[in-house]
Write a protein that binds this ligand. Sequence first.
Ligand code: HMG
Length: 383
Amino acid sequence: MSIGIHDLDVATAHYVLDLDEMARALGVDPAKYEKGLGQDEFSVPAPDEDIVTMAAEAASRVLSRNDPSKIRSVLFATETGIDQSKAAGVFVHGLLGLPNTVRTVEFKQACYSGTAALQAAVNQVARYPEDQVLVIASDVARYAVDSGGEPTQGAGAVAMLITANPNLVVIEPGSGVYTSDVNDFWRPNDSSTPFVEGKLSLDAYMDANVGAWDDLAAQRGLAVTDIDRFMHHQPFTKMARKAHARLAEHTGVALGDDLIEDSMAYNRRIGNSYTASLYFGLAAQLHAEGDLAGKRLGLFSYGSGSVAEFFTAVVQDGYSDHIHPENVAASLDRRVPLTFEQYRELHAGYIGESDNVETPVVTKAPFRFTGIVDRVRQYEARG
Ligand code: HMG
């Protein structure tokens, strides 16, 4: 039985900051962001948006094309969780009106956990082939102002329906996995922004890339030449280029940048969406020109700390009848541009978990975070 991604859709935030605007304000050469990091802009949430509202929007797009009564699990991956106990997916379950006969749980391991959720979903369907599993990866990457990570912020969600005999891609059995205890990026419970050892994080990412690749090659006897396109996790798109070059050096095979180019189109504009980033890369690859049917994709998922996985997926015949690039275009193009000053005001106005607050009505999206009452987060679906 083949199992994989049957449907996929995305959402992002209300605002966008052009990195040229940030460069001007900070007196940085714009080429540093555009070429040095490979980023053009990043999404910024309005006060009435968060990981739940983006996740619910992405998932509602998927559910509008599928039968929600077949869903048996909602697996929500995030590293910017909104509660230490309740899974963000439970709010999404409520907003979407899913049946009670659904298992809902949250996965965490930095940017890697979207892939942990995806593999758990595949395993569930392997055991219960009638089950359908909704996997959602949703994050807001928010770094301290004036930190190295500030231009690599972003926000977005990807929802995927995992089923038997999928329309889009089959996830092949056998992954390469890699764990190494390293403090490259972490966020203590009392901090709304992460701590980052920038240079260490680049090295840890690349060590994990070749480490997971070696395990995949050993498990399956695969060579890099067996893979037609690569998608590497994209905290900023230049990172994927660095990893790809390192993999080429490591394997002694010339791997052209043409094998990763298509996967970077969305992340250049969204910024880092942590758990969702790799799957925006997959969406961009599937939405690119050219027929990928029958092609094998190599996906590298990295989460600081660090845990990584290299796995493969085969694109299905007829997949292009089931993709929705128009939704991504709509989400990206409807974003409202910010000045640098407006962006910094929003950054400073971040609503922490302990505030009692009513948010202003800003977003035009179908779901809103309306505020916090007696420490309980409140949401509305706009019908
Ligand atoms: P930085 O110190 O601002 O930048 O930090 P830099 O000085 O290293 O320059 C960046 C690049 O721009 C360099 O390119 C420069 O040469 C180039 P490289 O040499 O590395 O190829 N550059 C220019 N290019 C053209 N014209 C110019 C120019 N000036 C400089 N004028 C850093 C960069 C990535 C460290 C910072 O952005 C940061 O700390 N980011 C956050 C951490 C991060 O994203 N790490 C990536 C790996 S870890 C990961 O992916 C996990 C993560 O997603 C989270 C999770 O898993 O939970 C982050």
